[in-house]
Design a binder for this molecule. Sequence first.
Ligand code: HEC
Length: 416
Amino acid sequence: MRPVLSLVLVALLLPGLPALAADPARGEARAAACAACHGRDGIGVSDEFPNLAGQKAAYIARQLRAFRDGTRRNATMEPMAKTLSDADIEDLAAWFASLPPCPEKQASPSRPAGTDEGMTTPKTAFTQPVFVSMKKDGTLWRFPDQARWQAGPTTLYDAVTPDGRIVATTIPSRHQVAILDAQTGKRLAVLDVGKDPKGVKMTPDGRFAWVSNQGSDNISVIDLEALKVVATIRTGKGPHNVRFTKDGGTAYVTLQGGEGLGVIDVAARRQVRVIPVPGITGPHNLDLSPDEGTAWVRDFVNNVAVVDLKQGRVRKVIKVGNGHGGIDVSPDGRRVATASIGSDFVTLIDPATFETREVRVGKGPHGIRFSVDGKWLYVTVTGENRVAVIDPERAAVAGRIPVDAFPFWIALSGNP
Ligand code: HEC
């Protein structure tokens, strides 16, 4: 006992050695700031976020120092690591290293389409085609008929023209976008765009698709007739998705790099200003109120900001579930809904009172869209390979449709 103790004392007194031992309990407390992305249990909440549970402590600590001093570059982790002291880093590394690397919660095996535990989706739930992108196998599925088309090796966001004739989906792994005939599924073109394309949206006149290239800070404008990129618009940092005004004159773009909402003059194809959105972390997706006076901005972590566009200020920040997700205002303006990939629920927000209600849908909800009549709410449940249909009036799940391969985003005509 004694020689060991004195060795520890010597170690503590030697200059250059850390004076304090790593404390996993302190690390656990500090790790609350990491849970939105790396999970409470150290298992990343989605494909973008590495697992940390069971990783070697020395490796974790080395990565955090590298993010902190900028020798490992990552727009999300660098600012995060700058807030950590040496002691924080050792504590966090010890905590994550202590967690079991092999979680019980494993992705559920994919089930054959058309079967589910006693829940039949009301036939009336799909009054028009609804397009769902499957991130893992690069297919687009059309509901309710469940036609499946290969769009790329992977897909992320999708969008359909107002006339329902063309559907597009981004392929971030190849820095491309695929354009398909929405009736036949024929692939009309696969086009190179900027780096790391995320959201895609159609102009209200149906002539152009705009692709937000998060990795190259610009938007590719695609002429859907000529099937080529006809312009590139420089934006602020990390453009993720856009929303056009009904007249097609203005586009708002979420700048996930943190600046806020970019305002783009569509005719001039130029970002003319930025509306800061303080109080949230990384503007991710957005929608507008029917009068277009309010933007509902979903961040990357767990907040929704209500932005008064005329005054250019944030009226309210609402806490929602963990992780990123989509947000949608019902076309009649009566409801707002957001999904949270790090949780198992969607949040319904009353836009008049800002009151919230949670509806449990299963693990990892992300894409979310109301039907045009506002009677149904479609949600992709990424962690359970389902598309859930919610009856918003009752705030209850009305049906769950099994799919495969990580259903991600939802698009339908009439609710961009
Ligand atoms: C907003 C999301 C987000 C939050 C919050 C976040 N991270 Fe990360 N983290 C990421 C992403 C994305 C990566 C992958 C970076 C890359 O690709 O280089 C990452 C990577 C890492 C890595 C490197 C893993 C590896 O295998 O090399 C470590 C370690 C890490 N994060 C620790 C933390 C810790 C500790 C916290 C909390 C203090 C934290 N992160 C908070 C998003 C996040």
